[in-house]
Ligand binder design. Structure first.
Ligand SMILES: *Cc1c(COP(=O)(O)O)cnc(C)c1O
Length: 380
């Protein structure tokens, strides 16, 4: 599809090491909650917490089922029966109807909306502070952008305010980004490390968006707040299983070793157009050999990061535009979709499009087989 993090298609692919770790942990007993040195009960969260704090520079960390659960746990722990001050421009709905206002209500926090859709000022936050205030909340508007006459207060400014009144500043940044995208020619996106450095006390993000790991919600921040969350009974209902911990640990190890291209999601986002074009030409040669009935053209097009991240960003990519006589693009799309291993493509101007950026080298064979069957159908 050319959408790297496609929520309908399972978001991030796991790295080889992550898959291996899941296989290992699920085939034998492990020290999930056992302290081997002391021969007694241990914590499910210790090891993974070390990895996350090492990468992010945060004092403490906690992992739960997904980012929605992370937001829920943070609000319930720090803001139950109190007010969370949030800008009207950040009251977002994420796909699958995750609505910030609804989650807040369920968590027991009271929503204190401030500012307007397009402009919120520091004074709006200041004016909203009262005895009732539990937290100041910033939510990353992951899947849309307000453009034009806009004003947003940065977390640097908010952290000065929150420190002055001794109220935690909580930030839901949606996608967990640990590396500087500008080094790869992509636009600037705030990293988790920067959110912490700029003064957010608690930051939440997903494990399976740009981070490139399994479904998980990660909470990082000040130890005093994370410790409270660890004691919240709600955590038991939101906790992650050993396979998630194994996959996430292996993914985090890649960051520690700076092996970013071993993480499929990052590799797909960061691979250059020139490199993708070479791969597209290779797939074209393979397909032409297996099915000379259809015609294939390598062209320039754009991929999307998806997963509600960087909605305006188009990444230049190489695509195969495919037409087969007697088949419309829609028919072709259906044939591929109904292949034993479904191949999900897109259509533009009556041409079937396969975006090479979201096709792994290991997928080439399956695509070749699917196309070889298209001739057979024609021959019958
Ligand atoms: C994606 C997203 C969520 C939900 O995360 P899940 O891991 O899908 O539960 C919450 N907040 C923001 C800002 C997001 O972008």
């Amino acid at each position: 599809t050319g959408i790297v993090i496609h929520t309908n298609l399972g978001r991030s692919l796991l790295s080889q090491d992550a898959r291996q770790s899941v296989a290992e942990i699920s085939s034998t007993y492990s020290n999930l909650e056992y302290n081997i040195n002391q021969g007694e009960r241990g914590s499910r969260y210790n090891l993974i917490e070390d990895l996350i704090t090492k990468i992010t520079g945060a004092e403490a960390a906690l992992v739960v089922n997904n980012n929605a659960a992370a937001v829920m746990l943070v609000l319930n722990t720090l803001c139950q029966d109190k007010e969370a001050i949030v800008s009207r421009g950040e009251l977002v709905e994420i796909g699958g109807s995750f609505r910030v206002p609804e989650v807040m209500k369920l968590s027991g926090a009271k929503l204190k909306e401030i500012g307007t859709t397009n402009r919120t000022h520091l004074s709006d936050y200041q004016d909203a502070i009262s005895e009732e205030t539990g937290i100041i909340l910033k939510v990353h508007t992951s899947n849309y952008k307000v453009i034009g006459f806009t004003k947003e207060v940065t977390n640097k400014e908010l952290s000065l305010l929150s420190k002055k009144i001794d109220i935690p500043l909580v930030e839901d940044i949606g996608s967990g980004i640990f590396i500087d995208f500008t080094e790869y020619g992509l636009p600037k996106e705030t990293t988790v490390q920067e959110s912490i450095k700029f003064g957010s006390d608690v930051v939440t993000f997903s494990g399976d968006k740009i981070l490139g790991g399994p479904q998980a919600g990660i909470i990082v921040g000040k130890k005093q707040y994370i410790d409270k969350m660890k004691k919240n009974q709600l955590l038991r209902a939101l906790r992650v299983d050993k396979m998630t911990i194994a996959a996430l640990s292996a993914t985090l190890e890649h960051y520690i070793k700076e092996e970013y291209f071993k993480i499929p999601t990052l590799k797909m986002i960061l691979t250059s157009f020139e490199e993708e074009k070479k791969r597209a030409l290779k797939l074209k040669r393979i397909l032409r050999k297996s099915n000379s009935y259809c015609s294939y053209k390598v062209d320039e097009d754009y991929s999307k990061i998806g997963g509600g991240s960087m909605p305006l960003l188009n990444i230049k990519s190489a695509v195969l535009k495919i037409t087969c006589p007697k088949y419309s693009a829609n028919e072709l799309e259906k044939i591929l979709r109904e292949n034993y291993t479904p191949i999900i493509s897109r259509i533009n101007k009556d041409e079937l499009i396969l975006d090479i950026r979201t096709i792994q080298d290991e997928d080439f064979d399956e695509i070749k087989n699917a196309f070889s069957k298209i001739i057979q159908v024609e021959k019958v």
